[in-house]
Structure formats: C-alpha cells, structure tokens
Ligand binder design. Sequence first.
Ligand code: HEM
Ligand SMILES: [Ca+2]
Ligand SMILES: [Ca+2]
Length: 257
Amino acid sequence: MHFHDCFVNGCDASVLIDGPNTEKTAGPNLLLRGYDVIADAKTQLEAACPGVVSCADILALAARDSVVLTNGLSWPVPTGRRDGRVSLASDASNLPGFTDSVDVQKQKFAAFGLNTLDLVTLVGGHTIGTTACQFFRYRLYNFTTTGNGADPSINPAFVSQLQALCPQNGDGSRRIALDTGSQNRFDSSFFANLRSGRGILESDQKLWTDATTRTFVQRLAGFTFGPQFGRSMVKMSNIGVKTGTNGEIRRVCSAIN
Ligand code: HEM
Ligand SMILES: [Ca+2]
Ligand SMILES: [Ca+2]
C-alpha cells in the first residue's frame, strides 16, 4: 500500500480516499488490502492525540512494522508527511505492471529518483504475500507453441507445481505465495527463487533474465537484502512528501477533511 501510495502524487495517503474515480478504483489498486488495519491505527491515534499523525505517516510506519513482524530488519522511519487532498484514478498509470520489461520497470522507478539497486531491492517486498492466479497463469499454458507451452524462464520442474496450484480453467482469484516456501518470512529467499527460475510474476523473473539486473539479484540473495531494504524504503517513502501548509492531517483516512 505504501508503494502504491508513494508512486501516485507522492507519499500522501491519496490511495486511501474513498469515492468514485479515486485511485482505489484504478486497475493496479483493485486488489490492495489492509485498509482496515490503517483505519484501526488511525482511530487509536486520534483517541490519544487528535490531529497529529497523518495517514501518510501511518502507511510508512505500518510498512516498516509489517517487515519487523515477519522477522525482517527494522529501520528508522522519518515522519512529518501531510495528507493529500486529491485522489484520481487517472493518475495511477505511473504504477508498474506485472508484464513490464526491465527497461520499463527501471524507467518507472527512475522517474522518482530510485536507481536499479533500489528497484531490485524494493521488488524484494515480494518476499511476503501472495498473488491471484489471474496475474501469472498465462505463463503456464500456451505461452509458447513449443516445449511444454510454459514461459521458458520458469524452471521446468516448477511448471507442473504451479499448474497444479492454478489450473487452466480454475478460479483466477485463488492466491499463491510470491516467494514459494517463505511467504510469511521477510528473508532473501525471494531472490534465491528468482535465481532458480521460481519467480511467480513475469516482471519478477525478468529481473534474473535481464543481464543488467541479474547482478543485483545475485547480490541481494546474500546478506545485503535486510539493510538495503531499509535504505531503499526510506528513499521511496520520501517521494513527493507534503509539509508545512501543503495538505492536511486527515481526521479519517478514507476521506479528506
Ligand atoms: C515492478 C514493480 C512491481 C510490480 C509489477 C508488482 C506487482 C504485484 C502484483 C501483480 C501483486 C499481486 C497482487 C494481488 O494478486 O493481490 C503484488 C503483490 C504484492 N506486492 Fe508488488 N509489485 C511491484 C513492486 C512492489 C514493491 C516495490 C513492493 C513493496 C516495497 C511490493 C509489495 C507487494 C506485496 C507485499 C504484495 C502482496 C500483497 C498481498 O499479499 O495482498 N510490490 N505485486
Ligand atoms: Ca499518494
Ligand atoms: Ca520470504
């Protein structure tokens, strides 16, 4: 959620606003979840200290805390973001898509001052969580006309496992781990999986196929992922921050004051 917020109008909680044609209604945001967790935190903060902690700061802090809760390394989160007053679905086109080439992924991150190391590191957020079959099933059936019909960048031994989890005409909303075998642990296993052709999203596996990002995947599969993730997250969470008289401290995260 923090990533999808920061890439559209900066880290200003614009992604949390309810209403017709807000960012929430844009394709890439339709499956975001956890709004209830942010709303709960806001209710408790307003009861203790009304008007002080922005929804944008809650998103940044919750992102860090979810990493800590899944056994990842912590980092200090700079605070002081104010909440934006604009949220338009039409602004969500900056967000990367799961079929994007490495060049496009790099461009979309570079537009916010994030370099290739930041890109590969931040995509490592896929060490936790799941994806719906609909976002990668096309890689398993009739992707090619030769061989077993699957995307050749998938480890052949892994194809049948994925086919069993996401049958061709099965439920597209069924969810499977983005980091096979380690979906609840914030570790470097995601990068080891890319290295062995076990990436789930096409955009993730391409980070290994492409020579310009492969060296970073190789490096992050070691011990540097933990500390680097905190550094790259602090860069991401500074995108377009509103301070001073810009924006407001929302009373409720789903609506402007
Ligand atoms: C090239 C960039 C990226 C693309 C194309 C991408 C795409 C996706 C897709 C398609 C899903 C599955 C959505 C679903 O089925 O609900 C997903 C899930 C997820 N992504 Fe990304 N993502 C990218 C970068 C990031 C970054 C930078 C982070 C965090 C720093 C991140 C964190 C997550 C998490 C935690 C999930 C799991 C959500 C859940 O379990 O509900 N992603 N991503
Ligand atoms: Ca935003
Ligand atoms: Ca993991």
